[in-house]
Design a protein around this ligand. Structure first.
Ligand SMILES: Cc1cc2nc3c(=O)[nH]c(=O)nc-3n(C[C@H](O)[C@H](O)[C@H](O)COP(=O)(O)OP(=O)(O)OC[C@H]3O[C@@H](n4cnc5c(N)ncnc54)[C@H](O)[C@@H]3O)c2cc1C
Length: 274
């Protein structure tokens, strides 16, 4: 199928992009890498009257470190994240996770902002944001705000972003030498969306563990994090996985997903590195 007709706009500044979004009042959608939005339009799952291509908005690009925080522009592509010196040095979890996101062709176009705005429950990036205690910086008609990852992902493909707002950047605390990170996902084929996956950060026996592919959004399980922090036996700690409302669909039952989440976590903990 082909996408329905739409108008195409290509602003060259953030202000212009926001003004276009506001003017079309819910009828326009931002276009980033197009790796999800274009297929959604072709399948008629999305039918925006207007596409606002963010490719020329300079304010949405660039990776910088300011003090202890790394700031990543929303239009940064996965391939750029994989090659960037600041990301490689300060966000080790990205190097673990990025090779698992789709394939080269998609990583060459897909952006971090697009992934977070979409909030696919099986995507890696939302879980990384939770594990890393990131903030998502958004801009709208009344200014900018930084939303904690915890408060950003609200449900199945649902975020705290308003229709007239854009994600402009992601703020991630730079890793300290005391931190360790782990990642593991289970898929039917490499590059597929995960049936169950986990990203984690650990410092001083304090864990931040975020699962993806298992529920309506990326989720943490505080009781499980506490149990691991107090060195509870793994088998007992894993019983806290039942706090998750597991997805039950034709790809995997809730019981299978719970078992896979436990396997993914065990392997991620075994593979932890700083
Ligand atoms: C075959 C295939 C396999 C894939 N496998 C994986 C996978 O394993 N893991 C994974 O995580 N992803 C996977 N993806 C999805 C891919 O990572 C997408 O690129 C990503 O989810 C969306 O990023 P994008 O830049 O292409 O966004 P787009 O498709 O351009 O946009 C996605 C959504 O975000 C909105 N949006 C984009 N940018 C902004 C912004 N700055 N502010 C507000 N809203 C914005 C758009 O309006 C749209 O609703 C796969 C895609 C394909 C086609």
């Amino acid at each position: 199928m082909k996408a329905p007709d739409f108008d195409y706009l290509r602003p060259t500044s953030l202000d212009a992009a926001l003004a276009m979004l506001a003017k079309h009042d819910g009828g326009a959608m931002p276009l980033a890498g197009g790796q999800s939005l274009m297929p959604m339009m072709n399948f008629r799952v999305a039918s925006p009257e207007v596409l606002i291509d963010l490719a020329d908005v300079a304010e949405l690009r660039g990776i910088t470190r300011d003090g202890g925080t790394v700031r990543i522009g929303a239009m940064t592509r996965y391939a750029q994240l994989m090659a960037d010196a600041i990301v490689l040095a300060d966000i080790p979890l990205f190097a673990m996770a990025l090779p698992h996101i789709a394939h080269d062709a998609i990583r060459n176009r897909g952006t971090i902002g697009g992934s977070l705005a979409l909030a696919d429950p099986a995507a890696e990036m939302p879980a990384l944001m939770l594990a890393l205690d990131a903030k998502i910086e958004v801009a709208g008609p009344i200014g900018t705000r930084a939303i904690k990852a915890e408060d950003f992902f609200l449900g199945y493909f649902e975020t705290a972003l308003e229709e007239d707002e854009l994600i402009i950047a992601i703020l991630i605390p730079a890793a300290s030498t005391a931190q360790q990170f782990g990642f593991h996902e289970l898929t039917q084929r490499h590059g597929d969306y995960a049936l169950a996956g986990v990203a984690l950060a650990c410092s001083d026996n304090t864990y931040r563990i975020a699962f993806f592919g298992v529920a309506d959004r990326a989720v943490r399980v505080p009781a499980l994090e506490d149990a691991l922090g107090s060195k509870t036996e793994m088998k007992i700690a894993l019983t806290h996985l039942s706090d998750i409302e597991f997805t039950d669909d034709p790809k995997a039952s809730a019981a299978t997903r719970q078992r896979l989440a436990g396997v993914a976590l065990t392997r991620a903990l075994e593979g932890m590195t700083s």
